[in-house]
Write a protein that binds this ligand. Sequence first.
Ligand SMILES: *[C@@H]1O[C@H](CO)[C@@H](O)[C@H](O)[C@H]1NC(C)=O
Ligand SMILES: *[C@@H]1O[C@H](CO)[C@@H](O)[C@H](O)[C@H]1NC(C)=O
Ligand SMILES: *[C@@H]1O[C@H](CO)[C@@H](O)[C@H](O)[C@H]1NC(C)=O
Ligand SMILES: *[C@@H]1O[C@H](CO)[C@@H](O)[C@H](O)[C@H]1NC(C)=O
Ligand SMILES: *[C@@H]1O[C@H](CO)[C@@H](O)[C@H](O)[C@H]1NC(C)=O
Ligand SMILES: *[C@@H]1O[C@H](CO)[C@@H](O)[C@H](O)[C@H]1NC(C)=O
Ligand SMILES: *[C@@H]1O[C@H](CO)[C@@H](O)[C@H](O)[C@H]1NC(C)=O
Length: 397
Amino acid sequence: MKDIFLVLLIMVVIATPSLCVTVVPHADSSFNVVSYGAKGDGQTDDSQAFEKAWQNVCGATQDTTTLLIPEGKTFLLQPMLFKGPCKSGTINIEFQGTIVAPKTQGAWKWGGLNKGAWVKFSGISNLVIQGGGKIDGEGASWWQTYPEITPNALQFHQCKNLRLSNLTHINSPKIHISIYSCNDFSIANIHIIAPEKSQSTDGIDITRSSNILVENSNIETGGDCIAINNGSTFINITGVTCGPGHGISVGSLGKNNTYETAEEIYVHNCTFIGTQNGARIKTWRGGSGYARKITFEDIILVGAKNPIIIDEQFYAIGHNDIHTGVQVSDVTYDNVRGTTDSNNAISLTCDDKVGCTNLVFNNINITTMSGSEPFVECYMAHGKCSSSFPNVTCLSA
Ligand SMILES: *[C@@H]1O[C@H](CO)[C@@H](O)[C@H](O)[C@H]1NC(C)=O
Ligand SMILES: *[C@@H]1O[C@H](CO)[C@@H](O)[C@H](O)[C@H]1NC(C)=O
Ligand SMILES: *[C@@H]1O[C@H](CO)[C@@H](O)[C@H](O)[C@H]1NC(C)=O
Ligand SMILES: *[C@@H]1O[C@H](CO)[C@@H](O)[C@H](O)[C@H]1NC(C)=O
Ligand SMILES: *[C@@H]1O[C@H](CO)[C@@H](O)[C@H](O)[C@H]1NC(C)=O
Ligand SMILES: *[C@@H]1O[C@H](CO)[C@@H](O)[C@H](O)[C@H]1NC(C)=O
Ligand SMILES: *[C@@H]1O[C@H](CO)[C@@H](O)[C@H](O)[C@H]1NC(C)=O
């Protein structure tokens, strides 16, 4: 193993003359997957070449190292794990080409390695992924059968200080981008596309993570546009256009009687086009914990079916003896306008036991596409409505 590493290192040094010119202060080194034998013909399994290239990128001691996925080529990858920690300061993945998953489930070498995701990044800090490339999860065969093991396309696990931008991501088997236990992660200028009918193909799911920014992106899928799950704090979503899909959802939280939380969530300047929901908070009966300090501001609706919705899912173990609930509080809706493709405008169905408190509505104007009266539904909802059409009369004026 060590020998292979040395040989590859020498090859790279020879192939990169600038490294040898010591007068040039060049702290960058670049590793092209093609130099490691990747064919990029869309047929050959290029996983091993990526694996070897990653080992050198991650092991290099320069301030900055670059993994180059060159343009004009399509690399077929089996489930891959990009594992840290790495030695270099910053890692760039210059992602210009296309990576594609195997077409059929049967071809996946499914096993112990990174169950749950096709391409997983784990334990990495200071990673920048960009370059206009394309990720194709080839999800179609998974959508037809929905097996338990359906993988996500990309997963980031225990990562810190990441930037992901300028990529197109299509047809994940399940969640396109799963962020789990990460801090300081920004996503910008990405385009996610999967058919409206592809079940559970969420755009971005955030769990147990903080300081996450998603901006200026376009997400069209069959699942949630963005889901903000348990343990998420300081989540900032701005300039995102969603639809088709299920909208931006805080939760679900509290499923199967669990204690789950989410707070400090800011959704700003987002547009929902033909989505099943718009701004959603979703909890489960019998759970506990909270969803709080949430703001939806400057939201445009174009035929979203449930534009503003807080809903509790009526599933619980031990129905008759529930003393808990996920507490929803301090939620502000400010400047939400546009149309609903149903009669529902605002639906606040809160928990029996704990209700929702301090909901604040300001500058809301939601009309129906049909021209009929928009509908407001309230259950155990408390707070203040200063200006809204339709008026939320269950709250104080
Ligand atoms: C995206 O990447 C491509 C290829 O590197 C580049 O030409 C383009 O300017 C980038 N776009 C943005 C918005 O950064
Ligand atoms: C929710 O997240 C918290 C904090 O990250 C964690 O301690 C807890 O176990 C999680 N709950 C569930 C049900 O996963
Ligand atoms: C959210 O991100 C935008 C864009 O970077 C920034 O202008 C804004 O201040 C952030 N808001 C919060 C509450 O962090
Ligand atoms: C709102 O988001 C759009 C992208 O959908 C962006 O072009 C625009 O600059 C954003 N406006 C503000 C005020 O942030
Ligand atoms: C709920 O949790 C129990 C115990 O952890 C588990 O056996 C059961 O499968 C879970 N049910 C659902 C619907 O997730
Ligand atoms: C709400 O929007 C409709 C359609 O744009 C407009 O005709 C109406 O005047 C607005 N109402 C308020 C109270 O702003
Ligand atoms: C909205 O409803 C509240 C509570 O019924 C009422 O006090 C207030 O005057 C209404 N606002 C408008 C603009 O009709």
